[in-house]
Design a protein around this ligand. Structure first.
Ligand SMILES: C[C@@](CO)(OP(=O)(O)O)[C@H](O)COP(=O)(O)OP(=O)(O)OC[C@H]1O[C@@H](n2ccc(N)nc2=O)[C@H](O)[C@@H]1O
Ligand SMILES: Nc1ncnc2c1ncn2[C@@H]1O[C@H](COP(=O)(O)OP(=O)(O)O)[C@@H](O)[C@H]1O
Length: 280
């Protein structure tokens, strides 16, 4: 039986870099949510493992031997014909490859009636794969393996904008001036509306914004374009960039903002989508 799974964009609403391990990996403290826009992974039983990439962002993935989808399938020890329908820009700070790997694990587990790999094997696929496998709002800590519960978040909408410049995650971490930054407050408070969520985000940081902007100054323009939109309550960069998000209380304001940015910057990738709520 074929199985399809959705690979939603991962958004770091906050991203504090709080330390650096001896192996060079950084300790993070990040409020992560998922957006209702993403890739789609379809798997079908087959005697050999194969991957076809379709969709508007397929061209961004040339070295298919390295595709995280194939790494994930090997970690499951299952062969399948896999189709990755790629909609998210590659190397863009919204975890597209990690979301694809997580969707592959979920789809193959259902297809083959197998359990998901253990936590260490999931983390070995990439620091963002555990959070993408969780697929719900969490406080991510450690290098990505810590998944702490957060109080339910209000319904909210995001506008995502990428200037179509890929940003290398290792290069951004390398350009970070200091790794010993303050974490988020001990508790993420209960946030009773988008205004409170936006105020919380505003008081936190993405410590990778400055180094990413130094490497790709266009990120400053992306953030400013979002901030200038009516109804945008806060704008920040996600992950190691270059994608920035704007947070909106109202879906109509979010889609109007997306239309306005698309009209002004036709070369940029722009999407509006809800913050995904945990499935009940
Ligand atoms: C920065 C984040 C924040 O969510 O997002 P993205 O910008 O990738 O979306 C992630 O931590 C990225 O996770 P992921 O992209 O899976 O990282 P990996 O493939 O495991 O590592 C790529 C490289 O990033 C650096 N790295 C990654 C994670 C981490 N906690 N510390 C690091 O220093 C290391 O240089 C590593 O070699
Ligand atoms: N399925 C995939 N989708 C996106 N990138 C992938 C995938 N498989 C491997 N990669 C590689 O992973 C790297 C990071 O990609 P991506 O996950 O999109 O970055 P980010 O987490 O910053 O959004 C890129 O160099 C890309 O070539």
């Amino acid at each position: 039986m074929a199985e399809t799974d959705f690979a939603p964009a991962k958004i770091n609403l906050t991203l504090h870099v709080t330390g650096r391990r001896a192996d060079g990996y950084h300790l993070l403290d990040s409020l992560v949510v998922f957006a209702g826009v993403g890739d789609r992974v379809t798997v079908e039983p087959d005697a050999a493992l194969s991957l076809a990439v379709t969709g508007p962002m397929a061209a961004g993935l040339s070295g298919e031997g390295d595709n995280l989808v194939l790494h994930a399938a090997r970690a499951m020890g299952v062969t399948a014909r896999i189709v990755l329908d790629k909609h998210l820009p590659v190397s863009s700070g919204i975890g597209g490859g990690s979301a694809d790997a997580a969707a592959t694990l979920r789809a193959l587990a259902r297809m083959a009636g197998r359990a998901l790999p253990e936590a260490g094997a999931v983390l070995a696929l990439g620091a963002d794969v555990p959070v993408c496998l969780a697929g719900r709002p969490v406080r991510m800590t450690g290098i990505g393996e810590g998944l702490g519960a957060v109080p339910a978040l209000p319904a909210a909408w995001l506008v995502l904008v990428n200037p179509r410049v890929g940003v290398s995650t290792p290069a951004v971490f390398k350009a970070l001036a200091r790794a010993d930054n303050a974490p988020m407050p001990r508790e993420v408070p209960r946030l009773r509306g988008v205004a409170e969520l936006a105020a919380f985000v505003q008081m936190q940081r993405n410590d990778l914004e400055a180094p990413a902007m130094a490497l790709q100054p266009v990120i400053g323009r992306v953030k400013a374009a979002l901030s200038a939109q009516a109804g945008c309550m806060v704008a920040r960069m996600s992950g190691s960039g270059a994608t920035c998000f704007g947070l909106f209380a109202d879906p109509l304001a979010a889609s109007a903002a997306a239309r306005a940015i698309r009209a002004a910057e036709p070369e940029w990738w722009v999407a509006d989508a809800p913050v995904l709520q945990p499935q009940s």
